[in-house]
Design a protein around this ligand. Sequence first.
Ligand SMILES: O=C(O)CCC(=O)C(=O)O
Ligand SMILES: [Fe+2]
Length: 214
Amino acid sequence: MNDGLFEQLDFEPNALFEKIITGLMERHYCQLPDFLSPGETDALREALLQKYQADQFKKAAIGNRFSEQVQHAVRGDFIYWIEREAASPAERAFLEKVDHLVAYLNRTCFLGIARSEFHYAIYPPGSYYQRHLDVFQNDDRRKLSLVCYLNEPDWRPEDGGNLVLYPGSEQGGGEVVIVPTPGRLVIFESQVLEHEVKAASRERLSLTGWLKTH
Ligand SMILES: O=C(O)CCC(=O)C(=O)O
Ligand SMILES: [Fe+2]
C-alpha cells in the first residue's frame, strides 16, 4: 500500500473542523462560540494577565513583527507574542489544538499551511482597530486569521468591543457583527475579509494569530 492511500484510509472526520472548512468555503469566515472550554479560557486569560501585569506587553504596530510602525489612530491595543519554546501548559495545549486544525486543513483543503504565529492582545477601554485587511505590502504569507476571545465570563453585548466583518459583494456584502464572548473562535481568510474592532467600555482580551504558508 502506498503512503498516500494509507493516509486516506487513516483519516478520521472531525465535525468541528468540517464546520470551519464549510464556513471558510462558503463565506470566507467561521465562528465557533465554544472553541475553548471555560477552563481553557480561564487558564489563558490568567497567563495573559500575568504577562500584562509584568509589563511585558507593548503597543501594537502596523506592519509585520519585523517592520513596525506604531499608529495610535489606527489601532490602540497592546500585544505580547507567544514563543512556542517558552509556552506555558495552557498555551501549549492551545497551540496543539491549532496544530490539529492545521493538519486537518492541509489534508482536506491542501492549504499548505507551514507556520503559525500568535499574540495576546489587550484593548484598553475606548481603544479600537480601524477597518483593515490582515496583509502587509510585499508579504502574502498570512492565509488565515484566527481570534479567540479571553474576556471575563460576565462579558455582555452592551460592553461593546465587537468584531465587525465586511464580506465582499459576492458574499452579499453588509456587516457581520461578532460579540467577543469568552471561548469564542473566529477564523477568516486574511487576504479577503476586511474587519474592524469596535471600542469597548472595559478591557478586551484576546489571543490572535495567523496561519501562514512559510
Ligand atoms: O480582536 C479581534 O477581534 C480582531 C483583531 C485584529 O483584527 C487583528 O489583530 O488584526
Ligand atoms: Fe485584523
